[in-house]
Ligand binder design. Structure first.
Ligand code: SF4
Ligand code: SF4
Length: 281
């Protein structure tokens, strides 16, 4: 169990606790302000990208200190966790409305609209979270539909989310002032700042999933599809065995390799039961 499961999940998966999606948590003024700034202050996202670039050239002890401070702060305000599709499905079962919206990271990194973010809420109409976001001026975004929140039926949302797996995108859940959870995003290492921070710059702002991938060598046909989609570089290819090999210590448990494997050779296991990965978050 990750730290948030212990603190906010009563020993179970924290993102499957209805209370963490509750409208009541949006009575907190600081939380509302954070959400408003998150969806409008693209300058702060740009500044974060620049700071990340500078961090790499800083002395080692500065990098170490900055990483610890940023991670500590982000755990309080905006922190994520990788979740496989079966748990995304459980989140959709638990909540009562889902809206698709443009991704702010992609707006900054690509300069274009990519509708990869899904707001979820216990309230049937998106509740206070939807109300806050609907009332913001999002005219800085670029696409024709960006300013709108696209309400989706749960089945449609799930099918779109499965489609993102085939694009090689990894599902993540996100807090807005922890423990309130505002949505599910679909991340990749090149365009998503959270993944860039966590993986490329080793500055964690998301936990690994509660799972880890395991491969059945007998079933593997050696096609390397799984290797191509792993955002975390946890899969290699053994030329002598002619099979893929998963490094469970590097695995984030997203399950995207499983989604693309034509042989059904990959499964997810409970992280806590895999000794080499149990303590890695
Ligand atoms: S995608 Fe499946 S069959 Fe292909 S290399 Fe990976 S595990 Fe083996
Ligand atoms: S090996 Fe792990 S991190 Fe890589 S795609 Fe598979 S589940 Fe995700």
């Amino acid at each position: 169990m990750c730290e948030f499961c212990i603190k906010h999940g009563e020993g179970k998966k924290w993102y499957l606790q209805a209370k963490n999606y509750s409208d009541d948590l949006l009575g907190d003024v600081r939380r509302r302000k954070l959400i408003e700034e998150f969806f409008t202050d693209t300058g702060s996202v740009r500044r974060s990208v620049e700071k990340l670039g500078r961090l790499e050239s800083a002395p080692r002890f500065v990098r170490g200190m900055a990483r610890r401070l940023v991670t500590r702060k982000m755990k309080k305000v905006h922190y994520g966790q990788v979740v496989p599709i079966e748990d995304v499905e459980r989140i959709l079962e638990l909540t009562n409305s889902v809206v698709r919206m443009a991704c702010i990271c992609r707006h900054v990194t690509l300069g274009s609209e990519r509708r990869y973010c899904y707001g979820v809420s216990l309230a049937p109409d998106g509740g206070r979270f939807g109300e806050i976001v609907r009332n913001l001026d999002k005219s800085f975004l670029t696409g024709p539909d960006t300013a709108g929140l696209e309400k989706l039926a749960k089945d449609d949302a799930l099918s779109a989310l499965r489609g993102h797996e085939q694009e090689g995108l990894c599902h993540t859940v996100w807090t807005f002032r922890t423990p309130f959870i505002g949505g599910v995003c679909n991340c990749d290492r090149s365009d998503c700042l959270a993944m860039r921070c966590t993986v490329t710059h080793q500055l964690p702002i998301m936990f690994r999933a509660e799972y880890v991938a395991a491969l059945d060598p007998e079933a593997c046909g050696g096609c390397r599809q799984c290797m191509r989609v792993c955002q975390f570089g946890a899969i290699s290819y053994s030329a002598s065995l002619r099979k893929a090999v998963i490094d469970q210590r590097g695995c984030y448990g997203c399950g995207i390799c499983r989604a693309v494997c034509p042989k059904g050779a990959i499964r997810l296991e409970d992280r806590s039961k895999v000794p080499v990965a149990a303590g890695l978050w």
